[in-house]
Design a protein around this ligand. Structure first.
Ligand SMILES: *Cc1c(COP(=O)(O)O)cnc(C)c1O
Length: 506
């Protein structure tokens, strides 16, 4: 006979379910049916990619589709088949278009089918890469180690995969800020420190934004003029640092660019490294798209000096062709990242054994706690194609850019507006009057007609058509199609008196 206390304890925990045991799990009741729908979905998106070339680059989203995409949250589920049907009708045809070979706007990557599969499998595993001891974290560390080796950074280099270079640059600024001011900045803020940073006038807009978000303010960022090739002027940089020191400010950070977003210029990175060493500045390099030129043996030399970076930000989702989003921050001495981000008691949860092992955890090297398995699509892409094949695609896009530049030079109706350092060509149609408005209208026409999608930028105060050749699918015929379409539209606007499409996109 059980003793009294035990009987009492047993009844205390006895529990009679008062609800019918209706399943609340979200797995399918009909696995076979779901499996068939999932296979159809994969086939559908592969069909889409296989036939891209025959589709418009982009098309505006029609009003009924916009209306359908403002419908309220459904109370009852519609089922996977209905949702897949809506994806095919409402979403797929009206996406950005960057996988298309004639998408040349901004700096967008084309994506890969291997990356697609990696992304899908990552969603299935649903791993959280904030920390703990599991293979997905080893995959991320392997990707980081591969990249450190590619750039010639030391073996102990640490890093994280993040959404993109905007966040990677912010992380770089925060680590540099902590390195300059020590532990106190994390508790008391900036205080009276007058930290100043330097970058080129051609740097990406996310650098001033990072200064803003880090509490340093955009006024503390000196935008140093560039030389004729679009690279930061080293004499002007030295002068700016000297002037700041003379005024009592504290220079702490130098941000170099490997591949400016307007014309693809690469700063003299070795020159910047020498200045950073002499002036004791943190050297951060924004290599958003240009850094991966390191995959191409013919281009690597342009990046000389990148191995001296204290931190380096770049994207896999641009020239690396990995599906969005996939950026990366590398930190030469990861102890600086831990000093900037780890909670004071992070060491307390370091276990040797079990799932709680595996220190240091990624959540102590950056701002995110929960983190997805972004690394898997990168790993799939890098392993499926290898460094050599990705390098060939990158070198090919530079060769296509040179081809485009030669063609522009040869056409009396077109003007080349900037030197072509890598894969970006800035040019425009020569109009007698209203050249900015007419070129902008011409670009919008090309996009709306779905022929090609270059973007626009401003070079030396005038509007330029900007073709960034990033996509591995782009071929010589696509370059020819772009030029033919620009010439045809240019002749149309040359003879038209009214231009209504200004400003479309700057
Ligand atoms: C694209 C780009 C960025 C921003 O990167 P995201 O991945 O879009 O956040 C920063 N710097 C340069 C030079 C870029 O080309």
């Amino acid at each position: 006979m059980p003793d009294q206390t035990e009987t009492a304890r047993a009844s205390e925990f006895a529990w009679t379910p008062s609800l019918p045991d209706a399943p609340t799990d979200l797995d399918p009741e009909d696995w076979d049916g779901f499996r068939a729908a999932a296979h159809r979905a994969l086939d559908g998106i592969l069909d889409h990619l296989e036939t891209l070339r025959d589709q418009p680059v982009w098309q505006p989203t029609p009003a009924p589709v916009r209306a359908a995409l403002t419908a309220p949250l459904p109370e009852e589920g519609e089922g996977i088949d209905a949702v897949l049907d809506q994806f095919d009708r409402l979403i797929r045809p009206y996406a950005t278009g960057n996988p298309h070979p004639r998408f040349m706007g901004w700096v967008h990557g084309g994506g890969t089918v291997a990356g697609l599969v990696g992304e899908m499998l990552a969603a299935g595993l649903n791993a959280n890469l904030g920390g703990r001891d599991h293979a997905p974290i080893l995959v991320e560390r392997q990707v980081v180690a591969w990249m450190a080796a590619l750039f010639g950074l030391p073996e102990q280099t640490g890093g994280l995969l993040v959404t993109g270079t905007s966040i990677a640059n912010l992380i770089g600024v925060l680590i540099a800020r902590r390195a300059a001011l020590g532990e106190a900045v994390r508790r008391r803020g900036l205080g009276t420190a007058r930290l100043v940073a330097y970058t080129s006038a051609a740097a990406h807009g996310c650098i001033p934004r990072a200064m803003d978000m880090a509490g340093l303010g955009t006024d503390a960022l000196r935008l140093v003029p560039t030389d004729l090739a679009g690279r930061i002027s080293l004499p002007a940089l030295r002068a700016a640092i000297a002037a700041d020191r003379a005024s009592g400010a504290a220079p702490f950070l130098l941000v170099g660019t490997a591949g400016t977003v307007d014309i693809g210029a690469i700063d003299d990175l070795a020159g910047l490294a020498a200045i950073a060493r002499r002036e004791r500045l943190w050297l951060h390099i924004d290599g958003a798209f240009g850094a991966l030129a390191a995959f191409a043996p013919s281009l690597r030399g342009k990046l000389e000096g990148i191995e001296a970076a204290d931190s380096l930000a770049f994207d896999f989702h641009k020239w690396g062709q990995v599906p969005y989003d996939a950026g990366c921050i590398l930190v030469r001495d990861p102890r600086h990242a831990e000093a900037a981000f780890a909670a004071p008691a992070a060491y307390l949860r370091r276990e040797e054994r079990g799932l709680a092992g595996g220190a240091p955890w990624p959540c102590d090297l950056g701002p995110d706690l929960s983190r997805g398995f972004r690394a898997l699509k990168v790993w799939f892409t890098l392993k499926t194609y290898g460094a050599a094949q990705l390098g060939r695609a990158i070198a090919h896009s530079c060769a296509l850019a040179q081809e485009l530049a030669v063609r522009v030079d040869a056409e009396p109706e077109l003007d080349l507006l900037a030197p072509v350092a890598l894969n970006i060509v800035c040019f425009r149609y020569r109009f007698e009057t209203d050249a900015d408005a007419r070129n902008a209208a011409l670009v919008a026409d090309l996009q709306e007609e779905g022929i090609a999608a270059p973007s626009t930028t401003t070079i030396g105060g005038v509007l330029a058509i900007r073709a960034a050749i990033v996509n591995h699918r782009t071929r010589g015929a696509d370059i020819a199609a772009l030029v033919d379409a620009v010439l045809a539209a240019g002749r149309r606007y040359r003879d038209a008196s009214v231009v209504s499409a200004w400003p479309r996109s700057a």
